[in-house]
Design a protein. Structure first.
Ligand SMILES: NC(=O)c1ccc[n+]([C@@H]2O[C@H](COP(=O)([O-])OP(=O)(O)OC[C@H]3O[C@@H](n4cnc5c(N)ncnc54)[C@H](O)[C@@H]3O)[C@@H](O)[C@H]2O)c1
Length: 257
Protein backbone atom coordinates (compact mmCIF):
# COMPACT_ATOMS: atom_id res chain seq x y z
CA UNK A 1 0.00 0.00 0.00
CA UNK A 2 1.27 3.44 -0.94
CA UNK A 3 0.93 6.29 1.51
CA UNK A 4 -1.35 8.25 -0.86
CA UNK A 5 -2.90 5.34 -2.72
CA UNK A 6 -5.72 6.31 -5.06
CA UNK A 7 -5.54 10.02 -4.25
CA UNK A 8 -5.58 12.55 -7.10
CA UNK A 9 -2.91 15.25 -6.85
CA UNK A 10 -2.18 18.43 -8.80
CA UNK A 11 1.38 19.71 -8.43
CA UNK A 12 2.19 23.14 -9.84
CA UNK A 13 5.79 23.96 -10.68
CA UNK A 14 6.12 20.22 -11.26
CA UNK A 15 8.94 20.66 -13.74
CA UNK A 16 11.08 22.43 -11.11
CA UNK A 17 13.31 20.95 -8.43
CA UNK A 18 10.91 20.60 -5.49
CA UNK A 19 7.89 19.95 -7.75
CA UNK A 20 9.73 17.21 -9.66
CA UNK A 21 10.78 15.39 -6.48
CA UNK A 22 7.26 15.70 -5.11
CA UNK A 23 5.66 14.38 -8.30
CA UNK A 24 7.99 11.37 -8.32
CA UNK A 25 7.37 10.58 -4.65
CA UNK A 26 3.58 10.98 -4.74
CA UNK A 27 3.37 8.84 -7.89
CA UNK A 28 5.58 6.19 -6.28
CA UNK A 29 3.28 6.23 -3.24
CA UNK A 30 0.17 5.55 -5.30
CA UNK A 31 -1.25 8.96 -6.23
CA UNK A 32 -2.60 9.86 -9.65
CA UNK A 33 -0.41 12.86 -10.39
CA UNK A 34 -1.15 15.84 -12.60
CA UNK A 35 1.96 17.94 -13.14
CA UNK A 36 1.55 21.52 -14.28
CA UNK A 37 4.21 24.04 -15.22
CA UNK A 38 5.13 26.75 -17.70
CA UNK A 39 8.01 24.54 -18.79
CA UNK A 40 6.26 22.15 -21.15
CA UNK A 41 9.20 20.06 -22.41
CA UNK A 42 10.55 19.16 -18.97
CA UNK A 43 7.06 18.64 -17.55
CA UNK A 44 6.01 16.32 -20.36
CA UNK A 45 9.21 14.28 -20.11
CA UNK A 46 8.77 13.85 -16.35
CA UNK A 47 5.11 12.91 -16.72
CA UNK A 48 5.98 10.27 -19.32
CA UNK A 49 8.72 8.88 -17.07
CA UNK A 50 6.58 8.47 -13.96
CA UNK A 51 3.21 7.69 -15.55
CA UNK A 52 1.67 11.05 -14.68
CA UNK A 53 -0.20 13.63 -16.75
CA UNK A 54 1.16 17.01 -17.74
CA UNK A 55 -0.84 20.18 -18.31
CA UNK A 56 0.82 23.41 -19.41
CA UNK A 57 -0.21 26.11 -16.96
CA UNK A 58 0.56 29.64 -16.00
CA UNK A 59 -0.63 29.72 -12.39
CA UNK A 60 -1.72 33.35 -12.78
CA UNK A 61 -4.41 32.36 -15.31
CA UNK A 62 -7.67 32.05 -13.37
CA UNK A 63 -9.67 30.38 -16.15
CA UNK A 64 -7.02 27.75 -16.70
CA UNK A 65 -7.18 26.85 -13.00
CA UNK A 66 -10.89 26.10 -13.36
CA UNK A 67 -10.22 23.93 -16.44
CA UNK A 68 -7.42 21.97 -14.74
CA UNK A 69 -9.46 21.19 -11.64
CA UNK A 70 -12.50 20.28 -13.75
CA UNK A 71 -10.28 18.08 -15.92
CA UNK A 72 -8.92 16.24 -12.86
CA UNK A 73 -12.46 15.60 -11.60
CA UNK A 74 -13.71 14.53 -15.03
CA UNK A 75 -10.86 12.09 -15.55
CA UNK A 76 -10.32 10.75 -12.02
CA UNK A 77 -13.62 11.53 -10.28
CA UNK A 78 -12.11 13.74 -7.57
CA UNK A 79 -9.30 16.03 -6.44
CA UNK A 80 -7.68 15.29 -3.06
CA UNK A 81 -4.26 17.00 -3.07
CA UNK A 82 -2.97 20.33 -4.37
CA UNK A 83 0.70 21.26 -4.03
CA UNK A 84 1.31 24.89 -4.92
CA UNK A 85 5.04 24.78 -5.73
CA UNK A 86 5.30 27.13 -8.74
CA UNK A 87 7.32 30.17 -7.81
CA UNK A 88 9.95 32.68 -8.81
CA UNK A 89 12.54 34.48 -6.72
CA UNK A 90 12.66 37.86 -8.47
CA UNK A 91 15.73 39.97 -7.89
CA UNK A 92 17.21 38.67 -4.61
CA UNK A 93 20.36 40.79 -4.67
CA UNK A 94 19.08 44.20 -5.59
CA UNK A 95 15.49 43.69 -4.57
CA UNK A 96 15.35 45.99 -1.57
CA UNK A 97 12.07 47.84 -1.09
CA UNK A 98 13.70 51.05 -2.27
CA UNK A 99 15.16 49.47 -5.41
CA UNK A 100 12.76 46.81 -6.67
CA UNK A 101 10.76 47.95 -9.68
CA UNK A 102 6.99 47.98 -9.34
CA UNK A 103 6.78 45.60 -12.31
CA UNK A 104 9.03 43.06 -10.56
CA UNK A 105 7.10 43.47 -7.32
CA UNK A 106 3.84 42.71 -9.12
CA UNK A 107 5.27 39.78 -11.10
CA UNK A 108 6.65 38.06 -7.98
CA UNK A 109 3.37 38.52 -6.12
CA UNK A 110 1.31 37.45 -9.15
CA UNK A 111 3.06 34.09 -9.39
CA UNK A 112 3.94 33.31 -5.77
CA UNK A 113 0.90 34.71 -3.97
CA UNK A 114 -1.90 35.23 -6.52
CA UNK A 115 -1.10 31.89 -8.21
CA UNK A 116 -1.34 30.12 -4.85
CA UNK A 117 -4.56 31.94 -4.01
CA UNK A 118 -6.12 31.02 -7.36
CA UNK A 119 -5.12 27.39 -6.82
CA UNK A 120 -6.70 27.27 -3.37
CA UNK A 121 -9.85 28.94 -4.64
CA UNK A 122 -10.20 26.54 -7.56
CA UNK A 123 -9.41 23.41 -5.52
CA UNK A 124 -11.60 23.97 -2.46
CA UNK A 125 -15.01 23.26 -4.06
CA UNK A 126 -13.63 20.10 -5.68
CA UNK A 127 -12.13 18.95 -2.36
CA UNK A 128 -15.44 19.61 -0.65
CA UNK A 129 -17.13 17.39 -3.25
CA UNK A 130 -14.46 14.74 -2.56
CA UNK A 131 -15.22 14.78 1.17
CA UNK A 132 -11.97 16.57 2.05
CA UNK A 133 -8.48 17.21 0.82
CA UNK A 134 -5.04 18.58 1.54
CA UNK A 135 -3.54 21.78 0.13
CA UNK A 136 0.19 22.28 0.60
CA UNK A 137 1.48 25.76 -0.12
CA UNK A 138 5.22 26.12 -0.61
CA UNK A 139 6.22 29.29 1.18
CA UNK A 140 9.80 29.85 2.41
CA UNK A 141 11.78 30.40 5.59
CA UNK A 142 11.88 34.01 4.42
CA UNK A 143 8.22 34.34 5.47
CA UNK A 144 9.57 34.61 9.04
CA UNK A 145 12.77 36.60 8.61
CA UNK A 146 13.58 39.83 6.82
CA UNK A 147 16.25 40.17 4.22
CA UNK A 148 16.99 43.66 2.93
CA UNK A 149 17.39 42.45 -0.64
CA UNK A 150 14.28 40.46 -1.31
CA UNK A 151 11.33 42.63 -0.36
CA UNK A 152 8.99 41.23 -3.01
CA UNK A 153 9.87 37.55 -2.52
CA UNK A 154 9.65 37.86 1.27
CA UNK A 155 6.36 39.70 1.12
CA UNK A 156 4.86 37.18 -1.31
CA UNK A 157 5.93 34.22 0.85
CA UNK A 158 4.66 35.85 4.05
CA UNK A 159 1.38 36.36 2.18
CA UNK A 160 1.31 32.65 1.34
CA UNK A 161 1.66 31.90 5.06
CA UNK A 162 -1.35 34.01 5.97
CA UNK A 163 -3.41 32.79 3.03
CA UNK A 164 -2.72 29.24 4.24
CA UNK A 165 -4.16 30.02 7.69
CA UNK A 166 -7.22 31.62 6.17
CA UNK A 167 -7.89 28.71 3.81
CA UNK A 168 -7.31 26.22 6.65
CA UNK A 169 -9.77 28.06 8.88
CA UNK A 170 -12.48 28.10 6.23
CA UNK A 171 -11.85 24.53 5.08
CA UNK A 172 -11.60 22.83 8.47
CA UNK A 173 -15.29 21.97 8.86
CA UNK A 174 -15.21 20.27 5.44
CA UNK A 175 -11.98 18.38 6.19
CA UNK A 176 -10.07 20.50 3.71
CA UNK A 177 -6.65 20.94 5.30
CA UNK A 178 -4.13 23.57 4.25
CA UNK A 179 -0.56 23.79 5.52
CA UNK A 180 2.47 25.81 4.47
CA UNK A 181 5.95 24.39 3.94
CA UNK A 182 8.92 26.68 4.60
CA UNK A 183 12.11 25.43 2.96
CA UNK A 184 15.50 26.95 3.72
CA UNK A 185 18.26 26.48 1.16
CA UNK A 186 17.28 23.68 -1.21
CA UNK A 187 19.60 22.69 -4.05
CA UNK A 188 17.47 23.51 -7.14
CA UNK A 189 17.67 25.75 -10.22
CA UNK A 190 16.40 28.63 -8.09
CA UNK A 191 19.20 28.40 -5.54
CA UNK A 192 21.86 27.81 -8.21
CA UNK A 193 20.78 31.01 -9.96
CA UNK A 194 20.91 32.94 -6.68
CA UNK A 195 24.42 31.63 -5.97
CA UNK A 196 25.58 32.46 -9.52
CA UNK A 197 24.25 35.98 -9.13
CA UNK A 198 25.90 36.33 -5.69
CA UNK A 199 29.19 35.10 -7.15
CA UNK A 200 29.00 37.63 -9.97
CA UNK A 201 28.12 40.55 -7.72
CA UNK A 202 30.65 39.77 -4.99
CA UNK A 203 33.34 38.69 -7.42
CA UNK A 204 33.75 35.28 -5.80
CA UNK A 205 33.45 31.78 -7.26
CA UNK A 206 30.15 29.88 -7.40
CA UNK A 207 31.52 27.47 -4.76
CA UNK A 208 32.46 30.36 -2.48
CA UNK A 209 28.98 31.84 -2.88
CA UNK A 210 27.49 28.48 -1.87
CA UNK A 211 29.79 28.29 1.17
CA UNK A 212 28.78 31.79 2.26
CA UNK A 213 25.10 30.88 2.28
CA UNK A 214 25.62 27.41 3.79
CA UNK A 215 27.46 29.04 6.69
CA UNK A 216 24.08 30.38 7.82
CA UNK A 217 22.65 26.89 8.18
CA UNK A 218 23.37 25.16 11.52
CA UNK A 219 23.47 21.75 9.79
CA UNK A 220 26.06 23.20 7.40
CA UNK A 221 24.63 21.78 4.19
CA UNK A 222 22.01 22.43 1.56
CA UNK A 223 18.73 20.54 1.59
CA UNK A 224 17.72 18.33 -1.32
CA UNK A 225 14.39 18.50 -3.16
CA UNK A 226 13.56 15.01 -1.86
CA UNK A 227 13.89 16.26 1.74
CA UNK A 228 11.05 18.69 1.06
CA UNK A 229 9.10 16.09 -0.91
CA UNK A 230 9.01 13.71 2.08
CA UNK A 231 7.46 16.48 4.20
CA UNK A 232 4.93 17.21 1.46
CA UNK A 233 4.10 13.49 1.24
CA UNK A 234 3.32 13.44 4.96
CA UNK A 235 1.07 16.50 4.63
CA UNK A 236 -0.64 15.05 1.55
CA UNK A 237 -1.35 11.73 3.24
CA UNK A 238 -3.96 10.90 5.86
CA UNK A 239 -1.13 10.48 8.38
CA UNK A 240 -1.36 14.25 8.91
CA UNK A 241 -5.17 14.28 9.17
CA UNK A 242 -5.19 16.44 12.34
CA UNK A 243 -2.66 19.02 11.08
CA UNK A 244 -4.01 22.14 9.44
CA UNK A 245 -3.09 25.80 9.18
CA UNK A 246 0.41 25.04 10.40
CA UNK A 247 3.83 26.21 9.18
CA UNK A 248 6.28 23.35 8.59
CA UNK A 249 9.90 24.49 8.37
CA UNK A 250 12.50 22.34 6.63
CA UNK A 251 15.74 24.24 6.69
CA UNK A 252 18.60 22.43 8.45
CA UNK A 253 17.98 24.60 11.51
CA UNK A 254 18.26 27.96 9.77
CA UNK A 255 15.21 29.19 11.70
CA UNK A 256 17.21 28.79 14.94
CA UNK A 257 19.53 31.70 14.10
N1 LIG B 1 15.07 26.21 -3.68
C1 LIG B 1 14.98 26.84 -2.53
O1 LIG B 1 15.98 27.04 -1.83
C2 LIG B 1 13.63 27.30 -2.03
C3 LIG B 1 13.56 27.81 -0.74
C4 LIG B 1 12.33 28.25 -0.24
C5 LIG B 1 11.20 28.16 -1.02
N2 LIG B 1 11.30 27.68 -2.29
C6 LIG B 1 10.07 27.62 -3.07
O2 LIG B 1 9.86 26.31 -3.55
C7 LIG B 1 9.08 26.37 -4.76
C8 LIG B 1 9.77 25.53 -5.83
O3 LIG B 1 11.01 26.16 -6.15
P1 LIG B 1 12.27 25.34 -6.70
O4 LIG B 1 13.38 25.62 -5.78
O5 LIG B 1 11.90 23.97 -7.02
O6 LIG B 1 12.58 26.20 -8.01
P2 LIG B 1 12.51 25.84 -9.55
O7 LIG B 1 12.81 27.09 -10.28
O8 LIG B 1 13.32 24.63 -9.81
O9 LIG B 1 10.96 25.44 -9.76
C9 LIG B 1 9.95 26.40 -9.90
C10 LIG B 1 9.04 25.97 -11.03
O10 LIG B 1 7.95 26.89 -11.11
C11 LIG B 1 7.66 27.08 -12.48
N3 LIG B 1 6.97 28.36 -12.69
C12 LIG B 1 7.48 29.60 -12.58
N4 LIG B 1 6.54 30.51 -12.89
C13 LIG B 1 5.42 29.82 -13.17
C14 LIG B 1 4.10 30.21 -13.55
N5 LIG B 1 3.76 31.49 -13.71
N6 LIG B 1 3.18 29.24 -13.77
C15 LIG B 1 3.52 27.92 -13.63
N7 LIG B 1 4.74 27.50 -13.28
C16 LIG B 1 5.68 28.45 -13.06
C17 LIG B 1 9.02 27.05 -13.17
O11 LIG B 1 8.89 26.78 -14.57
C18 LIG B 1 9.73 25.97 -12.40
O12 LIG B 1 9.59 24.70 -13.02
C19 LIG B 1 8.97 27.85 -5.12
O13 LIG B 1 7.72 28.34 -4.70
C20 LIG B 1 10.07 28.50 -4.31
O14 LIG B 1 9.81 29.85 -4.02
C21 LIG B 1 12.48 27.23 -2.81
Amino acid sequence: MGRVDGKVAIITGGAGGIGDATARLLAEQGAKVIITDLNQDTGEALAAEIGAEFVAQDVTDQNLWKDIVAGAEAKHGALHILVNAAGIEGDMLNGAAENVSYDDWKRVHAINLDGTFLGCQAAMPAMRRAGGGSIINISSIIAFMASPNSAAYGSSKAGVRHLTMSVAHQGAKDKIRCNSVHPGLIDTRMLKDIHSETARKRNVSFEEAREISMARVPMGELGLPIDVAYLILYLASDESRYATGAPFSIDGGWNLN
